[in-house]
Design a protein around this ligand. Structure first.
Ligand code: 6PG
Length: 240
C-alpha cells in the first residue's frame, strides 16, 4: 500500500493524471491495450479535466484505451448525478477515444439486470485469469464507502459476482457497483481522497481497527496489484 500526501487537491489531481499516463504507457507497451474503471462523485473531476488537456491529451494513446466505471447512479444519462456524464463532460468528450471503447453502466431494464449485463461485459473483456483492469480509480465517502459499496450492505460481501445492484435509502437512489471480488483483480487501484470532510473516514479506514462491514473501503486490496492512496493534506489531517 502506497500513501502519498499532496499539499492540495490540484497537486493530488495532477499526480493522479500522471499515474494514469504512466500506467497507460506501460500497459500499451506490454499488452497493446489499457483498461481503466473510473470513480464517480466530485473528487476525480479535476483529474479528468487535466487528462483532457496538454500534455496528457497528446501523451496518451487513446486508441488503445477501454473505459469502464466502478459504479453508476441509476439516473438518466443527462442527469447531473450521472458519473458517466461527469467523466464525458470533463474528459472523454475532449479526447479522440472511439465511442466503442467507452463502457458506461446501464440500469436498464432495471438495476439488477443492468448489473448482470455489466458483469457479462466484464467477464467477456477479462476472459481468462486475473489480473484484469490495469487501473481503477476509487473515491472514499465520509462514511467509509467506496464505489457504491455502502456500510453494512451485502454487496460488499459478495464473493461470487463482479457487480451488484444497490439501493441507497438516504439518497432514494438505485445504483450499480463493481464488487471487491472484481475490484481486487486490478493491477493498480488508486483512491483519490481530498478535503477535511474525509479526514475521519480516511484515518479509520487506514489506521483504525479492521471493520469491513462498517468500512467497505477496507475490503479493497488488489490480490496481484498495487494499492495507492493519493490524498491531500486536509484529508490526511487525522492520520498519525
Ligand atoms: C459515487 C462514487 C462514490 C464517491 C464517493 C466520494 O458514485 O458516488 O463512486 O464512491 O467516490 O462518494 O465522492 P466525492 O468525490 O464526491 O466526495
Amino acid at each position: 500500500m502506497i500513501i502519498q500526501t499532496y499539499p492540495d487537491q490540484e497537486s493530488l489531481s495532477r499526480a493522479a493524471a500522471e499515474l494514469f499516463a504512466r500506467q497507460a504507457e506501460e500497459a500499451v507497451k506490454l499488452r497493446s491495450a489499457f483498461s481503466v474503471a473510473l470513480a464517480g462523485g466530485q473528487t476525480p473531476r479535476r483529474t479528468y479535466e487535466i487528462l483532457a488537456q496538454p500534455p496528457f491529451r497528446e501523451q496518451v494513446d487513446w486508441e488503445h484505451l477501454h473505459v469502464f466505471w466502478g459504479d453508476e447512479r441509476c439516473v438518466p444519462p443527462q442527469d447531473p448525478r450521472s458519473n458517466a456524464r461527469m467523466a464525458r463532460r470533463a474528459w472523454l468528450n475532449h479526447v479522440p477515444l472511439p465511442p466503442s471503447r467507452i463502457h458506461p453502466i446501464s440500469c436498464k431494464p432495471n438495476p439488477v439486470a443492468g448489473a448482470r449485463e455489466y458483469e457479462i461485459l466484464l467477464r467477456k473483456f477479462c476472459a481468462g485469469t486475473p489480473p484484469c483492469l490495469d487501473l481503477v480509480f476509487l473515491g472514499l465517502g465520509e462514511d467509509g464507502h467506496t464505489a457504491s459499496l455502502f456500510p453494512y450492505h451485502r454487496a460488499s460481501e459478495d464473493r461470487e459476482h463482479w457487480t451488484a445492484a444497490v439501493y441507497v435509502p438516504a439518497q432514494s437512489l438505485h445504483r450499480v457497483t463493481l464488487t471487491p471480488a472484481f475490484l481486487n483483480q486490478a493491477r493498480v487501484v488508486a483512491f483519490l481522497v481530498a478535503g477535511a470532510a474525509k479526514a475521519k473516514a480516511l484515518q479509520e479506514v487506514l489506521q483504525g481497527p479492521r471493520n469491513t462491514r462498517r468500512l467497505p473501503a477496507q475490503l479493497i486490496n488488489p490480490e496481484r496489484g498495487e494499492l495507492y492512496w493519493l490524498v491531500d493534506r486536509e484529508a490526511a489531517g487525522q492520520l498519525r
